[in-house]
Design a protein around this ligand. Sequence first.
Ligand code: DX5
Ligand code: ZN
Length: 228
Amino acid sequence: MQRIRIAPSVLAWDLGDLDGAVDICKEGGADQVHLDVIDGHFAPNITFGPGTVKALRRRCDLMFDTHLMIDDPGRYLEKFIEAGSDLLTLHAEVLSGESFDELHSKIRRAGRAMGLAIRPATQLPSWAAERLDKVSSLVVMTVNPGFSGQTMDMSVMPKLESLSSMVRERGLATDVEIDGGVEPENVHEVVKRGGNVLVAGAGVYGKKDPVKAIGELRERAMKLGERE
Ligand code: DX5
Ligand code: ZN
């Protein structure tokens, strides 16, 4: 299994205090900062764009994991690269094999990594399964994209298990990232099924002590990881 990584989702914090959100990531020892970009088309919310990512980049050296929940990622990709995103995650629902190849080359040429996300109801398309070796992070969403604070959809677990096995059996270095409703109480459900990057919005920022919550998530996940 890949190393456990904790990725707080700043969407769950006060959006008027994103500096504070990244400070919590730094202080809590998070591995990456999960930045949810939503365009109001792909999902029913509007968050922030490349300007905000750029402003945060000046204040934080952690890996920026930019989750693009937007209909036309090709149109804005370069802006998010320039803004300083390290991992650019695009949704399979708005891509084809051809557009994946094109956008993947752009990302790699810029020296960044590409992630591929799927909604809870989406099965990994065959064009994506064929290209999994090019994907740095396979993001399995366990809530419908749009908002922080939803409950994890447990019906996604069989899919998570089979995708993790696919990654393992092929000997790929691809991370399996779980996004949606991750809490200390359900971390074991996703780690035992091969999830290794844990995105947590409310699971970090909704807690009384968000800095401590990052460490707690990691501790729980690692204990389980060792047992596997
Ligand atoms: C949902 C986003 C998630 C979300 C996670 O559209 O992609 O990253 O903010 O927040 P929680 O962990 O609260 O579900
Ligand atoms: Zn996300």
